[in-house]
Design a protein. Structure first.
Length: 359
């Protein structure tokens, strides 16, 4: 009897060699096919607009060597006569490898889609990226939980009671982490409802700043004085938030007082002068200008207009130009600005009266 006909574990040496050859050949072919597919799809993906070939190349690139090895081992085992227990072990190992590789592929697909969404939306709506990142984390966690449950079920473990226990445990965890979960759901509410996005200037109570980051638990603002403000998402949503980032125009109002010695004719012309000073500026919309009342030391005029730009600095530049124009017009017309004065009248004790005016 030749050496090839020798029997080891119910199989001849020749059968063992054939199985080893099938193992090596299958592993080589699988590795070759995966490598060639990735190599060919990579340059093709750069030339097409469809994301399908990019996704396929990304998934094939995430194929693990251990998965290919187990698949090749399972295929080669059919060339041997093996006990039922070993075949069951190989079958379960192949199923576990397939489940784990499938979870890796699904996670890779989630990362691929998230990256494409991030590139497309980062400049337009940065807050949406935060939401998708949070949702992708939950999705990945769910994928691995399902994969673990499938593996446990493959080993004959009853997962129904385990799932019920996980539900009860989840309730207990939720009760213990109410603050964290409230901030998490508040984060999703912020991103989905979009009360503000990254770059908006907010006023939250006594705090003011520009939104720099919207996280799962906190939102961070950069204040006017330079420091970073960290606010809990739940606290932020429960507050009264003033979003100056959604400001499309600014309402501006100012009051000017002139002296009581101003002639009536000049008083009648002042509202028109104020209107002309406002309308002489660009990107403004005049609203009104009126003689509103008699002050303690002045005759008062109120003027309201809108700056059709949201920038505060632009509004201040326009207000400054209006003030200079008003000063020039009043100076040319001989109108005096009022300032606080007090007139005291003195009366002698005798019938004759003397008046003295003090300013």
């Amino acid at each position: 009897m030749s050496f090839l006909d020798s029997t080891f574990y119910n199989n001849t040496v020749q059968e063992w060699l054939v199985a080893a050859g099938i193992l090596v050949l299958a592993l080589f072919i699988l590795r070759f096919l995966v490598g060639m597919a990735v190599k060919r799809l990579a340059p093709l993906a750069d030339q097409t607009d469809t994301p399908v070939d990019d996704l396929v190349a990304e998934l094939l690139g995430k194929t693990r060597f251990l998965f290919l090895l187990i698949v090749s081992l399972f295929l080669s085992s059919h060339a041997l006569t093996l006990p039922a227990v070993i075949r069951t072990v190989l079958l379960r190992a192949s199923i576990i490898a397939l489940v784990l590789q499938g979870a890796i592929w699904v996670n890779a697909a989630i990362n691929f889609l998230l990256e494409r969404y991030r590139k497309a939306k980062l400049e337009q709506d940065a807050s949406a990226v935060t939401t998708v990142t949070a949702l992708s984390f939950i999705g990945k966690l769910a994928v691995w939980v399902i994969a673990i449950l499938l593996i446990m079920d493959n080993f004959g473990i009853e997962v129904t009671a385990l799932v019920a226990g996980m539900g009860i445990g989840g309730i207990a965890v939720a009760l213990a982490a109410q603050s964290i979960l409230s901030d998490l759901f508040a984060s999703l509410a912020i991103v989905l409802d979009k009360p503000f996005v990254i770059g908006d200037f907010l006023a939250v109570g006594e705090y003011k700043g520009t939104v720099e980051y919207i996280g799962l638990k906190t939102t961070r603002l950069r204040s006017l004085t330079g420091e970073q403000l960290v606010l809990g998402n739940a606290d932020l949503l429960n507050s009264r938030v003033r979003n100056f980032g959604r400001l499309y125009e600014r309402r501006m109002a100012f009051t000017i007082g002139v002296t009581y010695q101003t002639p009536r004719e000049s008083i009648e012309r002042i509202p028109q002068m104020l209107r002309e000073a406002v309308e002489g500026q660009e990107t403004v919309r005049f609203d009104r200008s009126h003689f509103t009342g008699y002050g303690d030391s002045s005759i008062d005029f109120d003027t309201v207009y809108f700056v059709l730009r949201p920038e505060y600095a632009a509004a201040m530049d326009i207000q400054q130009a209006i003030n200079l124009e008003i000063h020039q017009r009043f100076e040319a017309d001989g109108i005096e600005f009022a300032y606080p004065t007090r007139t005291v009248h003195l009366q002698a004790a005798s019938e004759g009266t003397q008046g003295a005016e003090i300013r």
